[in-house]
Design a protein. Structure first.
Lengths: 282, 293
């Protein structure tokens, strides 16, 4: 940083202009689609279907009313929260305990575990979802929270273990040794010492799992029906029904992104930590 | 106490091992098993007929499978390098202190916080042929109008464009974090020795961020091979199957025509392709990590 900084003090203002133009172009590219979606969702359709695009218009919540009056849309929101919440809790409990065990004990395959998890991550969901579909079809579990949570949990475990292995191996072993000498069991040491120390890593893992489950589409398409339909699928079906009502379609998209956008902005630090942890070893 | 230590690790592993067994190994076993049967859920009276490797022979001699593989390859080759390059360029651009840096970074990361379905919907309207703002703006400079997702020649490129928008932010994020770990002394001594910025980048920075680049390449290539959501929302594999990726073809086989046997066989073929590409990349990654040690 400092070198760049010093270099930049030496260079002319012209370079700064070029720099800010590039930054603005980047921002425009990343901001425009989301912004335009929000703008479109606030316009009456008569304003959306004209050229040139209207920039001066009276904002209306009409499109949001259309979406929210659609019975089942709010329910699908609730479904998504239940499914993603339960998946996050269940899968992080499993992955935290097992990653801890793998970083603290010599177990079979612990050396190649990280690579194995990377490979397990690569198995396409469609391969796993076909047996799950036939199983739940036969056992009557299709369209239940249970099967959705189980499916998403299995699918998020490899990536969680991969992340947590990194986080746990950074915690010095002395820390749990001390706790053990003080009379803690392994489990006690895990709960009282390791979990609090690794809270940021766990938070990052939870956050990414929640995002992943909330954003999932494939499992929803195949394993859910009207009872537990997640909101991402509800939005898709909504689009199919009103294929030219762009205002309403964009409104449903905005509603869909609000939860993750808020969570993402509030917990940005943890999200960044989680996303970079596996790839960058500092 | 000592006895306890022997089985404690396995107590910790228990939940995960159980889940892995029940919903990872058993399904994969099931897929292996059903791939050797002629089995269609729409024709329950015909049941399962053992046909050995018949499904694989049928699939590998089927033009639509090769066409879908080709579409997938094109998608990966067009999208991933651009994402890696663009993400790296933005990371290098922002790797200095300037006014408003926090805001700029925050905005660049928004694609990661917006639900993919919402992303696809917004792009569908942006690239709408008649009222889309992109065609309108291009028209202003005398280009177009294009049919985007509805044009056979443009559809895959349009999907690639959306993919680039969606995933460059992640690449940027990882490269930016990697750049913070580049040691300063070599850079400074290189500059003292009179190296220009390009030389510093090529001989000092690039080797330092190579591990991150390889992990990124692995993650992005794997995700791109498995691309499904974007095809489902944006094009449904059309027009004229121009965007029907291998993953989407498998979805159609298994869940539209309910050919369980063929769907399983194609699923296994996808796994083999992914493992081949993946293990090559992982080996390269491990080699780089060894060299660094």
């Amino acid at each position: 940083m400092s070198i760049n900084h010093r270099l930049f003090l030496l260079t002319s203002a012209g370079k700064w202009v070029v720099f800010y133009v590039l930054v603005l172009a980047t921002l425009g590219f990343f901001l425009l689609p989301t912004l335009w979606m929000i703008v479109t969702s606030l316009k009456m359709n008569s304003d959306n279907m004209v050229l040139p695009p209207k920039l001066a218009f009276t904002p209306t919540l009409f499109n949001y009313m259309t979406v929210l009056n659609n019975s089942g849309f709010m329910k699908s929101f609730l479904n998504s929260f239940i499914i993603s919440g339960a998946t996050t809790v269940l899968s992080v409990m499993c992955s935290a305990t097992s990653s801890y065990a793998y970083t603290r004990f010599r177990l079979f395959g612990s050396r190649s575990l990280s690579n194995f998890m990377l490979i397990a991550r690569m198995i396409p969901p469609i391969v796993l979802v076909l047996p799950l579909y036939i199983f739940s079809l036969r056992s009557g579990l299709l369209d239940t929270y249970f099967i959705m949570v189980i499916a998403l949990t299995t699918f998020s475990l490899p990536f969680q273990i991969w992340l947590l292995l990194g986080f746990f191996s950074q915690i010095p072993r002395d820390l749990d040794e001390v706790a053990r000498i003080d009379g803690c069991s392994w489990f006690g040491a895990f709960i009282r010492v390791i979990l609090p120390v690794s809270a940021p890593g766990l938070a990052a893992t939870c956050l990414l799992t929640f995002f992943y489950s909330y954003n999932d589409l494939l499992f929803g398409i195949i394993l859910s029906g009207n009872n537990v339909k997640p909101v991402s699928l509800a939005v898709m079906e909504f689009m199919g029904r009103y294929s030219y009502d762009w205002g309403a379609i964009m409104a449903s998209g905005v509603l869909l992104m609000i939860p993750t956008l808020i969570i993402g902005i509030v917990f940005q630090r943890y999200m960044i930590q989680g996303m970079t942890a596996g790839a960058v070893k500092g | 106490m000592k006895n306890q230590a022997k089985w404690t690790p396995y107590l910790f592993l228990c939940p995960t091992l159980l889940l892995f067994l029940v919903i990872f190994m058993i399904p994969i076993g099931f897929v292996l098993y059903s791939s050797v049967f002629d089995w269609n859920l729409q024709k329950p009276h015909e049941g399962r007929v053992f046909i050995g490797l018949g499904n694989f022979v049928d699939l590998l001699t089927d033009k639509k499978v090769w066409a879908a593989l080709w579409v997938t390859a094109k998608f990966v080759i067009l999208a991933v390098p651009v994402e890696l390059l663009l993400g790296l360029l933005i990371a290098l651009l922002l790797n200095r202190s300037f006014m408003g840096k926090r805001w700029v970074q925050g905005i660049i990361l928004t694609p990661l916080m917006v639900s993919p379905v919402a992303i696809y919907l917004s792009w569908k309207f942006l690239l709408e042929p008649t009222f889309g703002i992109v065609n309108y703006l291009l028209g202003k400079i005398g280009v177009g109008p294009y049919g985007w997702f509805s044009d056979v020649n443009m559809a895959l490129l349009s999907v690639v464009l959306v993919d680039i928008w969606q995933n460059t932010a992640f690449v940027f994020l990882v490269f930016y974090a990697a750049l913070q770990t580049v040691p300063r002394e070599p850079v400074e001594s290189a500059q003292v020795d009179g190296a220009n910025r390009f030389h510093v980048f090529w001989y000092v920075t690039l080797p330092a961020i190579k591990p991150a680049a390889l992990v990124l390449a692995i993650i992005r290539v794997m995700d791109a091979i498995r691309a499904f959501d974007n095809i489902y929302v944006l094009t449904l594999g059309g027009p004229a199957n121009a965007t029907r990726t291998i993953q989407f073809l498998d979805y159609e086989l298994a869940f539209k025509t309910l050919e369980v046997g063929q769907g399983s066989a194609l699923g296994l073929i996808i796994v083999v392709v992914i493992l081949l590409v993946g293990s090559l990349l992982i080996r390269e990654m491990n080699r780089t990590n060894e060299e660094l040690k």
